[in-house]
Design a protein around this ligand. Structure first.
Ligand SMILES: [Zn+2]
Length: 176
């Protein structure tokens, strides 16, 4: 399976992803390949749509724990909104300040099929929210000020051109 990292401009990044129905060997294998891809690309998170799969799962590593997050829900936002600089493997070279709640209470299924409910804070919560957005077809550049976006407009335009090219070549990846 060729897991090509998709760039902004690829329509798969703008779709609302579908639920994962079953965690079988093939799916676990896919999680492994995605994990390798994330580390290779120096990312701290990678959502399925970013490799062309419109399904609700992502992996993330906050430096303390690798999480494999399937069918996540954000139950509650916690704390005040905080500003933090974000980047994205699908928008390489662009780093902008994004305002988000400091913490989240979340629910998801892990790779062992167990239901996890936990409160995440700071950096961990930040990654979770960013990755969760990917499942809704939202990118972090959607959340920055018009002024900040204006500064990177031409760079984004170039990336989108490349993103559309990759989309044409690889299409959407279907999994069972
Ligand atoms: Zn991202």
């Amino acid at each position: 399976m060729n897991l090509k990292v998709r760039l902004i401009g690829d329509p798969v990044l703008r779709k609302k992803a579908n639920k994962v129905d079953k965690i079988d060997e093939e799916f676990l294998n896919l999680l492994e390949i995605m994990t390798e891809t994330m580390y290779r690309e120096d990312g701290v998170g990678l959502a399925a749509p970013q490799v062309g799969i419109s399904k609700r799962f992502f992996i993330m590593d906050d430096g303390k724990q690798l999480r494999k997050v399937i069918n996540p829900e954000i139950i509650e936002f916690l704390g005040d909104e905080v500003v933090f600089e974000e980047g994205c493997l699908s928008i390489p070279g662009i780093f902008l300040n994004v305002k988000r709640p400091e913490g989240v209470k979340v629910k998801y299924t892990n790779e062992n099929g167990e239901e996890i409910i936990e409160e995440l804070h700071e950096y961990t919560a930040r990654i979770f929210q960013h990755e969760y957005d990917h499942l809704e077809g939202i990118l972090f550049v959607d959340k920055v000020s018009t002024a900040a976006k204006a500064k990177v407009k031409s760079k984004i335009k170039d990336l989108m051109k490349e993103g559309r090219k990759i989309a044409k070549e690889f299409g959407e990846v279907e999994i069972k």
